[in-house]
Write a protein that binds this ligand. Structure first.
Ligand code: IVH
Length: 665
């Protein structure tokens, strides 16, 4: 392979790994391997400057590739637990412990929380560091994000805590928060989180801790480590930690026999169904730390603990048909229609089939008896077919080739699992979906127009696109079913009031794929008006913080369509805001004009995000990684060692927080 071919290969590889890491949150290689590939590409690119490509993974700006989190080695490795689904194996564990100890012992039984694990270090009663599990040996320093979790004390209560200790536990996203977040993501056309565990770990890895703060994470702590712990009992230590203000679960019980353990398991198997967060089993731990030490560890896990996992609840039922739903972005989702069946306390009649690959893998036929499961996921899914029940084989389920709504041939992009209908301008559910999105609370906030009213208005031909809303009169509406003169007037007033909605929300309301409320805000602030956005090229777009290629391409595609440009013009004529308000624009200076500034470390006076905004407001550009063109680094405390080294090597100046603030004043 020539070096030029290798460059092409590396670019493709790194793009894929980027996607696995950031979008899927499912990295397939270690951070180190990733960094090595990146370095190889950087070196090759500087040796072959004619191969320059503005879209190379090395050219990404913003937080997309910067591994902002400092890697920290765990003082005590973060091990996993031996797992079992069988009570017989729980009994075997109990007997093993009994034989090895040959003295009385207690087992502490606790819930197995289904979130993402975290290790907290407290020194002199203050939370100094929070690190993710990572590979068990080292993890990411996510202190800033963890500090936003309100149930984690930043300062301990009382005074009798050891001067230094670690406490480990689980960061969770409660069901209610998870459901709200996914609803919001759906509205914004962003990929949904499959379960609260992924949502919690994805949230902990966000670069912007002010976003984390709004996500409503919670945490339970369950394992204390240190040289001078208060008691010999694990359970007793947890109770003491509780007095320091640390959140410990009340569902923790010391058991003295196998019968007591089984009773706890059976009780919790029921009780977990009404908990506000996900659990997936019970953890059993030998209580005495002395005895734990005696039992020791295998290579991977402690011999003094085991996890009993609850079997995923599943039910067998009949597949009657498969229907296909078209969303506002055109994605076609297959849905299984089932004989109603009771599952985890609810009646299930429909289950998600996700995409064509899954249907193919299951080899589904109409009339099949299928297993439905509600794992960590909220939407039940089909996990298997009981082929023994196939007496008469029904028709094989083949993913449709044409849109069920408009008949257009479906498209499937290479490398993507989803099929979508490309007929965005005439496919009814896509048009209606866009109008619903436009009027939604976070967008134009024309709440009086619910989905039914929109459906009616659309069906009778009153509106064909969102621009038509602004030409309506109350006389057009008052004859619609369930709409009197008063509500028609209210609706018109709400439409008129939406002319005052700020630019960033108008931009969000346009329904550009991947442009959620936050991205819209970023774009509005960076470009200030719609014309600048419409005229931006790929590079302009990805130069904005948090805007990656995927979003940038989608914006370009949206405004490449004459129809969309016409829509903008029609809405502009209708009086909607297509530029930032004067007060948003004011307070801006050119003090940092032309400067590329990297932010690194932890700050005292403002959050990282506030500094980002300040840089933008004063004409500077916030970039993610240090390079020769970096003007300076706004350096807080605990700046990452690799950044520091790079800065020194490249001779990039460090500017302290105070220095930076006085530059602006
Ligand atoms: S104790 C050495 N207790 O389960 C033992 N872990 O497979 C350390 N987990 O990574 C773990 N609830 O994320 C412990 N009550 C609990 C737990 C728990 C959930 C998770 C934890 C760990 C995994 C072990």
């Amino acid at each position: 392979m020539t070096p030029r071919e290798r460059i092409t290969e590396l670019r493709e590889l790194l793009h894929n790994h980027n996607y696995n890491y950031y979008v899927l949150n499912a990295p397939q290689i270690s951070d180190m391997d990733f960094d090595m590939l990146m370095r190889e590409l950087q070196d090759l690119e500087s040796a072959y400057p004619d191969m320059f490509d503005a879209n190379s993974p090395t050219q990404r700006v913003g937080s997309d590739i910067t591994k902002e989190f400092k890697q920290v080695a765990h003082r005590y490795p973060m091990l996993s637990l031996g797992n079992t689904y069988s009570k017989t194996e729980v009994a075997e564990f109990y007997e093993r412990v009994k034989r090895a100890l040959n003295e009385d012992f207690e087992i502490c039984c606790e819930m197995k929380f289904d979130g993402t694990s975290i290790s907290l270090t407290y020194i002199d009663g203050k939370l100094v560091q929070a690190v993710t599990r990572g590979d068990g040996e080292k993890g990411d320093d996510v202190t800033a994000n963890v500090k936003t979790i309100r149930t984690i004390p930043l300062v301990l209560q009382g005074y009798d805590y050891p001067s230094e200790f670690e406490i480990r536990g689980e960061v969770l996203m409660p069901w209610s928060v998870f459901e709200r977040l996914n609803r919001q993501r759906e509205e914004e056309g962003e990929p949904l989180f499959a379960n609260p565990r992924n949502a919690a770990s994805g949230t902990l890895k966000l670069q912007d801790s002010s976003v984390v703060a709004k996500r409503g994470l919670d945490a339970y702590l369950y394992y204390m480590l240190g040289e001078q712990l208060p008691a010999d009992g694990h359970y007793e230590n947890l109770l003491i930690a509780k007095q320091w203000g640390i959140k410990i679960s009340d569902v923790t019980r010391k058991c003295r026999s196998l019968e007591e353990i089984f009773q706890f398991i059976d009780e919790q198997a029921e009780a977990r169904k009404t908990l506000p967060f996900a659990t997936d089993g019970i953890v059993l731990k030998v209580n005495s730390l002395r005895q734990q030490k005696h039992l020791g560890y295998t290579a991977k896990s402690p011999r003094w603990a085991i996890a009993y996992k609850f079997p995923a609840e599943r039910a067998l039922t009949r597949l009657n048909s498969v229907s296909y739903q078209v969303g506002r972005t055109g994605v076609v989702t297959p849905v299984a229609n089932l004989d109603a069946v009771q599952l985890s306390g609810t009646v299930v009649k429909r289950a998600s089939l996700h995409n064509a690959d899954i249907i193919e893998k299951l080899d589904l036929h109409i009339g099949d008896m299928v297993y439905v499961e509600k794992g960590g996921e909220i939407i039940p899914k089909i996990t298997g077919v009981d082929t023994d029940c196939r007496i008469l084989i029904g028709e094989k389920v083949n993913f449709i080739t044409h849109c069920p709504e408009c008949g257009t041939e479906l498209v499937r992009n290479e490398g993507e699992a989803a099929h979508y209908c490309p007929n965005e301008n005439e496919c009814t559910p896509q048009i209606k979906g866009r109008i619903e999105h436009f009027v939604s609370r976070e967008a134009m906030n024309i709440e009086s127009l619910g989905p039914e009213t929109i459906e009616l208005m659309f069906n009778v031909g009153l509106i064909k696109s969102v621009a038509d809303l602004y030409t309506l009169h109350s006389s057009d509406l008052m004859f619609l079913p369930r709409m009197g003169a008063k509500s028609a007037e209210n609706a018109i007033a709400a439409i008129a009031a939406s002319r005052e909605v700020p630019f960033e929300r108008v931009l969000f309301a346009l329904g550009i794929h991947y442009v959620g409320a936050t991205v819209a805000k970023r774009l509005a602030r960076a470009f200030r008006n719609i014309d600048a956005i419409m005229n931006a090229n790929l590079f302009d777009l990805i130069s904005v913080d948090d805007i990656g290629e995927r979003i940038a391409m989608s914006v370009l595609q949206f405004f490449a369509s004459a129809r969309n440009r016409e829509l903008v013009e029609a809405l502009r004529t209708a009086g909607l805001k297509f530029e930032l308000d004067a007060d948003e624009l004011s307070g801006r200076t050119d003090k940092l004009k032309g400067l590329s500034i990297v932010i690194s470390g932890v700050f005292n006076h403002h959050s990282r995000d506030e500094y980002k905004t300040m840089i933008e407001k004063h004409g500077g550009k916030n970039v993610g990684s240090v390079s020769k063109s970096t003007s300076f680094i706004l350096a807080g405390e605990n700046m990452g060692p690799s950044k520091l080294e790079k800065a020194q090597k490249m001779g990039v100046r460090l500017v302290s927080e105070d220095e930076f603030l006085s530059m602006l004043n």
